[in-house]
Structure formats: structure tokens, C-alpha cells
Design a protein around this ligand. Sequence first.
Ligand code: ATP
Ligand code: MG
Length: 417
Amino acid sequence: MNPMSIRDAINNSPRESFSTTEPLSVVGVCLDEETWTVLKVFAESAPLIRLRSHISEYRTQETDSVPDWLGSPSPDICIVDFDRDRRKAAQASELIHGAAPDTALFAVSSESQPDLIIQAMRSGCSEYLLKPMGREQLLNAVARVGGRRRERLQPFKAQVLAFMGAKGGCGVTSLVTQLGALLANSFSKKTLIVDLHADFGDAALYLGLTKYRYHFFELVENTDRLDAELLQSFLARHSSGLELIPAPEGNDAQRRILPGAVAQTFDFLRMRYDYILVDMGPGLSDENLEMIRHCDQLQVVTVAEVSALRNVVRHFDYLTRKEIPRERFRVILNRHQKRSLISDSEIEKTLGQKIFWKVPNQYAHVVKAINGGDPIALLSSSEVTRNLRDLASTLGVKSGGEKKKESSGLFGLLGRQ
Ligand SMILES: Nc1ncnc2c1ncn2[C@@H]1O[C@H](COP(=O)(O)OP(=O)(O)OP(=O)(O)O)[C@@H](O)[C@H]1O
Ligand SMILES: [Mg+2]
């Protein structure tokens, strides 16, 4: 869809405040040329930061005015180069930290000795970035500041629960649509499902929703003009009260999603719902990874099969390497049967993590729900609905952060001895 047609459709409505999704303002202090260039490229390619100025001197006197020096209001992030003069850099950081405590301080340096890092942290820096500054390193640091700022500013904050299959067909869309309908109907929660499939998403079909015009990626492409009225034109509504932003129906034209745009869109959505359930396709595409970084919990839906379990292990390992906290991951074992070839304890040992939830295997009921497009009516007396109602009542509770355990046995199969 042409973005112009969306803008036309909303008839130039007044824009409401979108302050929590504005890019973070950044000031650099005494950065070398290469680091400043990296920052410029990052700012141009991702709408996460906006470079405000680059200052070529350290100010260290208590009488120096920080607002005069860094500008007013104080920037969200100040990046201080520690290589030109370590002592002055530390003093300048202390001065900024004292005068502008809401400004996040990043030290940047080519030195990685622990005592130097500790010195920078003691002077108020929350991040220590090593040169040459990598995109990933910067993205993680900026995301942490964004997360903290969101927590401060957002009074109404949806739990964003992402669901991903260990492989195709594990039951993600079935679970997400039924859970969503239950949360909206039985728990009266304002609930939204976002179908994050790049193409051929099923959530609309499973809910029997055919009347919608736009899909999620068109919303993301228009995130800079997003407001309540524009959002309305993207929502499909189910009789349970559940709302859905569907995926593209077919294989849509090539689109380019800017890094940060998915997170920015969810910042806006968070303010409007109690729960947002995200139906993600399997795999670690850029959009999925950004979603996982941004969500409150990642529910990985698996079945008791070696190939699926191997994928869960690989995903967890990969995501841990990407510095995504392990406490965020939960395992849902779908199509659970008491007499499975692979026992629950073997699965837990393999994954190094407790199974958070088990959904019983009830093929006939689930297929009926899908065909009828009405998960609650058709499943009201089934074991699956009872099970998912219990799951819905526990979803908002933060996970306890099970410890990673060593694996053995069957797990040799999965390369996790
Ligand atoms: N608890 C369950 N018991 C029995 N069958 C189930 C259960 N959950 C899902 N199924 C069945 O598994 C199949 C796949 O389900 P679904 O389409 O929800 O999976 P998915 O993970 O969304 O797949 P995809 O990767 O294609 O998006 C469906 O036929 C569905 O009926
Ligand atoms: Mg699906």
C-alpha cells in the first residue's frame, strides 16, 4: 500500500503525543573521528537516536555549567571518549552525572583493562563501549536506555508476549488466537494480537476475520505518522473483543523495515492495551530478533520431537549470545501426551530449563476451532480451553528465571553434552 493512501484515509487527524517513541538525543564529548562517523551512520540507518552535537573539550570544574556545555534540556545519552585524557574524561563524566542524572553516560575507549572499566563506571558511566564501536554493541546499549525511559514514562503498559514456534506447525497460531480470545472475553483484558509473519499469516483466518485493509508491515512503514486514528484503520475486531493487526495476505512486494521501527511501533501499541500477543513465524529474522529484544516474554512453543527440541536449544543459545536475558524465555510444550516417547524430564534436561506450560493434545477440538473461526464458543468445554484459561491467568506474572542446567543423555543427540 502506498503510505500516502493511509495518510489520506485518516483525513489529517490531530497528532497525539508520541513522546516515548521519539529518538534518544545524543551528545558526543571528545570523540575521535571514526567513532563519530560510526554514530552518524547508526543514527542515519536507525530511528533510535538523534545526534545533537559533538563537543571537543572536557569540562571538569564544578563551576562549569553542564546545561551551557551539553545544551538544555540535557541529552538522553552522552558518549564520552576516554582515550584522549582519561582523568579529565572521568571528571567530566562525574560532573555530568551529578548535574544531569537522567542523562545516560556511555564511556567509549580502546582500552579494555578491568580497572579502567571500573574507573569509568565509578564516574557514572552505565555502559563501556569498546572501539571500534560495533553496531550490535551500540544497539544493545541504546535499547537499554530506551527501555529504562519507557518504564519511567509509560503509565499504562501492556505486557508484550511474543510466541515463536520451535519449527513450523507447533501450534503457535492456535494457541495465540485462543489465548487472545480468552483474555479479551473471560478476563475482560484489552488484548491485541499482532501477526508478525512477513507473509501468509494465519491469525486472521483462525479468527474468521476477513474484513481488514492493511497489514502490520504497512503500519511499521508509517510509524512516524502513527496516532490513535491511524491505528483504528489497521485493526480487525473479533466478537470476543480481541483485536488483530494481520500479516500480509500473500507475498507482498519487497519492503525495507528500518532497524528500530518494529520496536517503535510496539512502544506506541503498548500504551493502548493490557496484553499484546505476537504470533511470530519460526526463525530469527531481523524483525523477530528486534521483537524478542523488545518483548517482555518470549514463549517458545515446541512439541516433544527431537528436531523441535534441538531448535529450541539452538535458539536459546543464539539469543543468549545476543545478550537477551535468559529469564525472558519460556517453554510451552504443545500437544502434550502423558505417554510420550520423550519424557518431560528429558525435555527439561535437554533445554536446561523447566517447561513453563503443557497444553494437551486435542487435535479434533483445535481443528474445529480453526475451521469455525471462533475459539471460545467451540472450545468452551474442552480440556484445551480449560488449560488455556489457566495459562491466561498466569501469563502476566513475571517468570522466576530458572537456572540453566547441564544436559546429558538424549541431549547428546542435540549436541549439548
Ligand atoms: N493442542 C493441540 N492439540 C492438537 N493439535 C493441535 C494443538 N495445537 C495445534 N494443533 C494443530 O497443529 C497444527 C498446526 O497449528 P498452527 O497452525 O497453530 O501452528 P503454527 O505454529 O502456527 O504453524 P505455522 O508455523 O505454519 O505458523 C494445526 O492443524 C492445529 O490444529
Ligand atoms: Mg501460524
